[in-house]
Design a protein around this ligand. Structure first.
Ligand code: HXC
Length: 515
């Protein structure tokens, strides 16, 4: 073997691994950010990364680019493992021309996405880029277009994870937006279509980068980010945790982790978390923790639309997707943001064969001019569509209020829930007793000698008739009225039989959900 050639390879590789050079890498670290290769090493299992495309060059000759070397064309791509399971990964290297995206850079990304799709493994993209490489003009735009096409092709086939660890601006934000989960890190991540300068020029509005598109904004206000972390390392731990819970392709099941741990002792008595007075709020997370294995729950979209809670956990060793109304926030109503949050989560779970468990306590859709005019009808319809379309096992627990459209929407029997359970505290009705009494007994109340007493009497009558689970159970819309203490047991039994569920989708190209 020619030793010189091997030495030459080593030398070339060493140079290329320096990305944009020591000074540029140091600048990145001084800005409080890890470098692209440090990020990959921290995310993947030790020594598992195999880089592909290190020697790729750009093909641009304009604006002096023919004289410019751009190491690996500004993006590190390759394969590796997380907890022993294979993944594909790419990380934009800001030390090389600001991680800007030219055609070769984009083709490296689409190639790794092709590998991920062919091998049926998750694809994780770490974004840190000044956007379209200006010198490459239309070819940079072509590169983005090809990435978007690949994101769409991979949707529902493999999990796609976007990690925003630097700027992600202009049309570049649409690749993350097309993926399943977006992770952001406080003070590091920035996402926007047009930056503060453009906004100032066009609209005269002044706003800083952080306030416009920082991590908190996307985790709490826009909902563009699903997971928020305080540091890059915390973010990588979140990704590893997520990947431990979800199937790695639409053809795989989640890992069966039996024997399962029981919920932690402090959550075991779920009744203690539910107040006697049905008008008093409670934190639904305590119920979820009281049901899931080891009280372990990975919440998705934790800071966004907090009137709904969604996330992953295990039930008897099998991953489930949990959707719950949160009585603590806006009484758990469905509004525009929570509808979007719930519908997208359902569709993710259904794409990847994850059973759905719904915990319901909500007085319906949020009324108001703002909601109506901003489109609660079309956003709210997404929840109906997503639940109806989902063919994975669907289990529902009605805890307290299940009123009106909310009752139907939250995975009722009519949405083809497989098993519907209700606690004795459930109130299943067209609307709340006060509103109902005011409408149907308006005349009697108005004409009564004591209208206040009459209203109270009519409210009580309505409550007696409908504010319980037994009428719905009488029609078979509720399968069993259960002691809340038995919720976990019932759900595990139902999930065990539902593992055999197979529903052949109707023959059609695809549906037309109310996007
Ligand atoms: C080419 C770029 C670049 C770009 C940065 N660089 N962005 N080169 N194309 N888009 C280069 C810089 O020239 C510099 O090179 C190096 O990267 C580091 O950039 P700095 O400006 O020194 O870094 P910093 O001060 O941290 O500022 C980062 C930044 C800024 C905020 C991202 O670079 C910036 O505003 N860049 C332009 C952003 C932009 O307008 N992009 C186009 C968006 S339009 P040297 O050689 O000096 O080290 C778009 C359309 C996509 O993306 C549409 C898709 C559908």
């Amino acid at each position: 073997m020619n030793k010189e050639k091997i030495e030459a390879l080593k030398e070339r590789t060493k140079q290329l691994l320096l990305g944009g050079g020591e000074a540029a890498l140091q600048k990145q670290r001084d800005a409080g950010k890890m470098t692209a290769r440090e990020r990959i090493d921290a995310l993947l299992d030790p020594d598992s990364f195999q880089e592909l495309g290190l020697f790729v060059k750009h093909q641009c000759h304009d604006f002096g680019m023919d004289k410019k070397e751009m190491t690996a064309d500004g993006v590190v791509t390759g394969i590796g493992t997380i907890e022993g399971r294979p993944v594909c990964v790419y990380a934009q290297d800001f030390s090389v021309a600001g991680g800007s995206l030219g055609l070769s850079h984009a083709r490296k990304i689409t190639k790794i996405m092709d590998i991920a799709m062919d091998m049926k493994v998750p694809c994780i993209g770490i974004n840190d880029s000044g956007g379209a490489r200006i010198q490459e003009g239309i070819n940079a735009l072509a590169g983005y277009g090809e990435i978007f096409y690949h994101n769409t092709a991979a949707s529902g086939v493999i999990p796609q994870i976007s990690v925003i660890l630097g700027p992600c601006a202009g049309g570049a934000v649409y690749s993350p937006a097309l993926t399943d989960f977006v992770f952001v890190v406080d003070k590091v991540s920035k996402m926007f279509i047009t930056g503060p300068e453009v906004i100032k020029t066009v609209l005269g509005e002044e706003i800083g980068m952080e306030e416009l598109g920082g991590a908190r904004v996307h985790a709490e206000t826009t909902g563009n980010a699903h997971f928020f972390a305080n540091s890059e390392l915390e973010c990588f731990a979140q990704i590893r945790k997520l990947l431990s819970l979800i199937p790695h392709s639409n053809e795989k099941q989640t890992e069966d982790r039996r024997p399962a741990c029981e919920p932690k002792a402090e959550y075991a008595d779920i009744c203690k978390f539910v107040p006697d007075d049905p008008r008093q709020p409670f934190d639904v997370r305590n119920i979820v923790l009281g049901v899931l294995d080891d009280s372990d729950f990975l919440e998705v979209h934790q800071g966004f639309a907090q009137n709904a809670v969604v996330g992953f956990g295990r039930l008897n060793g099998q991953t489930v997707g949990v959707i719950a109304n949160q009585p603590m926030v806006l009484a758990g109503v469905l509004d525009i943001d929570s509808s979007d949050k719930i519908a997208r989560f359902i569709r993710y779970c259904d794409s990847f064969n994850i059973p759905l468990i719904t915990f319901e306590d909500m007085p319906g859709y949020l009324p108001g001019v703002d909601q109506e005019h901003a489109g609660i009808i079309r956003h709210g319809a997404k929840v109906l569509y997503a639940y109806c379309e989902a063919t994975v096992p669907k289990l529902t627990v009605i805890m307290r209020k299940a009123y009106g459209g909310g009752y139907i929407a939250m995975c009722s029997r009519h949405m083809k829930a497989d098993f519907v359970y209700a606690w004795p505290t459930a109130e299943i009705a067209v609307m709340g007793p006060v509103g109902a009494a005011n409408i149907i007994f308006r005349k009697e109340i108005k004409e009564a000698a004591d209208p206040v007493a009459m209203r109270e009497q009519k409210i009580e009558e309505y409550k007696d008739k409908f504010a319980n689970p037994y009428v719905a159970a009488g029609y078979g819309y509720v399968d069993a009225v259960i002691n809340p203490d038995d919720t976990r047991k019932y759900l595990i039994q139902a999930l065990t039989i539902a593992q055999n569920k197979h529903v052949e989708p109707r023959k059609k190209k695809h549906g037309n959900p109310p996007f």
